[in-house]
Design a protein around this ligand. Structure first.
Ligand code: SF4
Length: 271
């Protein structure tokens, strides 16, 4: 992992994600190295052309005193969108913690999203916020498959334990079942194992992009060859996702859960 220190012009930036006003990315790059990562396009915009996602990390250097918490009142903030706020190197550099310390007085709705158990370190700060929710994203309960698809992230069971601890500390939580891997993601079991301490569920399907298709198909071929035809068929027939949505909706209604489905139809994009 190549570590760089780079001055950042800003640390809280306007978002083009629907329903999110600002995003906060304490680092450029990501140590989790998910095979499906949608943030790899950042390579082009951050001076890392020719490098591989997951092999560099820029520690943003910023005067955190410039953060004005009240400026975001009434807005929605997401930490993070193109990295994970609780990367292993966050332990050492603490950019996320420094940002959270400065934002405490905000009345914005702050959403934290991670795949790391390190998130529990900041419970003391979360408890000082008026409007915060903390979520984990998770695709599978299978440790070995998780290690294959999200190489640097915490084990699924550790993510779930972290969420439980956060909820027990009195903080609103959500479970983001994402990305949904056809035939592999057992969303009912994920819900069963998290519903006692999850206030809201969100679902997102696996999105294929030109850069991730070969990696995903290779991993499915090696680990679940019996499901390969389904993945290949998804290129032509989008109805699979509709049937998954119906199943999720029916289950969530039956269980009386708060939920949002954010499936991108088709699951393929040329962009
Ligand atoms: S955690 Fe997010 S940004 Fe990091 S590699 Fe995985 S998908 Fe990409």
């Amino acid at each position: 992992m190549k570590i760089n220190f780079r001055e950042a012009k800003s640390i809280i930036t306007k978002s083009n994600i629907p329903s999110v006003d600002f995003v906060i990315n304490p680092y450029t790059g990501c140590q989790h190295r998910c095979i499906y990562c949608y943030a790899e396009f950042m390579i082009r915009f951050t001076g890392h052309k020719g490098e591989k996602w997951g092999e560099f990390l820029d520690i943003k250097k910023y005067d955190f005193d410039k953060i004005k918490p009240r400026k975001y009142n009434g807005k929605t903030l997401l930490l993070s969108s193109v990295t994970d706020p609780y990367l292993p190197l966050e332990k050492k550099y603490q950019n996320t913690r420094k940002i959270l310390e400065k934002l405490v007085e905000t009345e914005a709705e702050l959403s934290i999203l991670t795949k790391s158990k390190l998130v529990t370190r900041d419970i003391d700060l979360f408890q000082q916020y008026k409007n915060i929710k903390v979520g984990i994203s998770i695709s599978t309960l299978n440790d070995s498959f998780a290690k294959t698809i999200e190489r640097g992230a915490s084990k699924p069971s550790d993510r779930i334990s972290a969420l439980k601890e956060i909820s027990e500390a009195g903080i609103d939580t959500y479970t983001f079942i994402s990305p949904y891997f056809p035939e592999i993601t057992d969303f009912k079991e994920l819900i069963t194992q998290t519903k006692e301490f999850t206030h809201e569920y969100m679902f997102e399907n696996l999105n294929f992009r030109p850069h991730n298709v070969p990696r995903i198909l290779q991993v499915i071929k090696e680990n679940f060859p019996q499901h390969l035809p389904v993945y290949e068929e998804l290129r032509k027939d989008r109805s699979y996702w509709e049937s998954v949505e119906v199943a999720i909706r029916d289950f969530c209604k039956k269980e009386k859960l708060e939920y949002k489905i954010e499936f991108h139809h088709g699951g393929f994009s040329k962009t």
